[in-house]
Design a binder for this molecule. Structure first.
Ligand SMILES: [Zn+2]
Length: 341
């Protein structure tokens, strides 16, 4: 791998059973932002998850809890630990009080998206038929994120809400895990106008590895998903410049659990999540070109063999060492240095 890896969004089950050691499937030196709550979760759940992961990460010893970008730089230099911060999807965990942003920041949360798929008190969602923008409360949230030093994230929001975030943020905004609708017209993917507005703030778009958002959700499509991620990276680099593209794979460490969660709470999703069958993800091993993780699934032929990782595929397509390092780490690090004051 050309450089330490910055993973802007990945998901353990948001349950007491979450196993912190799963995160060590990413190599030492990586930075990971792990989700601790979305529209399903009241504040108590998100805080309980944060306390659990922080306690278990410290007890495990292979992690460094991130307070500043400097913590990530130290970690990526030493390559023996994983730098860890957290993110929230939806403003429900704020419990209606923007002051809770400072509380979450003190516990290591470094990004928040105001609206998960469907409209709430803060703004519009990407799966809604009507495209609502940020509400006055949503604007207060975005301004407070900037004051506290946390990324404002437009993923899962409606188009107008995303454009409003770019206007209100007052600094770099991100799309932590969003692909391009121009390549695959899924409502979770973003328009060129959203990407341009994000880039104009100095922000970064993290390309994800979710099959249904790549248009490659076949169970056996592992290599095709890496190629499709490279397609989205190449498209974004052409559209807004390579300095505005990163990776937020959205990998779900327990995919069966998340697919069951979608089935159990369909009001948070739509047919656009379920019509291609169970969601498939790009695991860290495929993303980084490492030997596959077989887990308990040692007899599964779909899990073998090693596939060419994203770095290898991008190099083959002519991305230079410096460009790949920027996509894998440098771009999000630059935005974080500006926002996480
Ligand atoms: Zn998400």
């Amino acid at each position: 791998m050309a450089s330490p890896f910055w993973e802007q969004h990945c998901c353990l089950p948001i349950l007491p059973s979450a196993d912190i050691s799963e995160l060590t499937r990413y190599p030492g030196g990586s930075y990971l932002s792990v989700n601790v709550g979305y529209s399903l979760h009241p504040i108590e759940d998100a805080l309980a998850m944060l306390h659990l992961l922080r306690r278990n990460a410290l007890a495990d010893g292979r992690f460094r809890l991130v307070e500043s970008v400097g913590d990530i730089e130290v970690t990526s230099g030493s390559e023996d630990r994983i730098a860890l911060a957290f993110d929230l999807e939806d403003s429900r965990p704020l419990d209606g009080d923007p002051d809770n942003i400072a509380l979450f920041h003190s516990l290591g949360v470094r990004s928040l998206l105001p609206t998960y798929n469907h409209a709430n008190a803060a703004g519009g969602g990407c799966l809604d038929p009507d495209d609502r923008g940020l509400t006055p409360y949503g604007r207060t949230i975005i301004r407070t994120l900037g004051e506290v030093g946390m990324f404002a994230d437009g993923s899962h929001c409606s188009r107008r809400t995303g454009l409003d975030i770019a206007e209100v943020a007052g600094g770099p905004m991100i799309y932590s895990h969003s692909n391009f609708a121009a390549l695959w017209p899924h409502p979770r993917n973003i328009g060129d106008d959203q990407a341009r507005a994000c880039a104009a703030t100095g922000g970064v778009i993290g390309i994800n590895g979710v099959g249904i958002f790549l248009g490659r959700n076949r169970v056996e499509g592992r290599a095709a998903r890496i190629e499709a991620m490279a397609d989205h990276i190449a498209y974004g680099a052409e559209l807004v410049g390579v300095e505005h593209i990163g990776i937020g794979s959205d990998f779900s460490f327990d995919g069966d659990q998340f697919n069951a969660e979608i089935a159990a709470a369909p009001e948070n999703f739509s047919e656009d999540y379920t019509r291609w069958g169970p969601l498939q993800w790009v695991p860290p091993e495929d993303l980084l070109g490492l030997p596959p993780h077989l887990g308990t699934d040692v007899d599964n032929p779909d899990a073998r063999p090693r596939v060419a990782g994203l770095d290898e595929v991008l190099a083959r397509r002519g991305f230079t060492d410096a460009e790949r390092a920027a996509i894998f780490h440098g771009n999000f690090a630059r935005a974080a240095r500006e926002v996480w004051t």
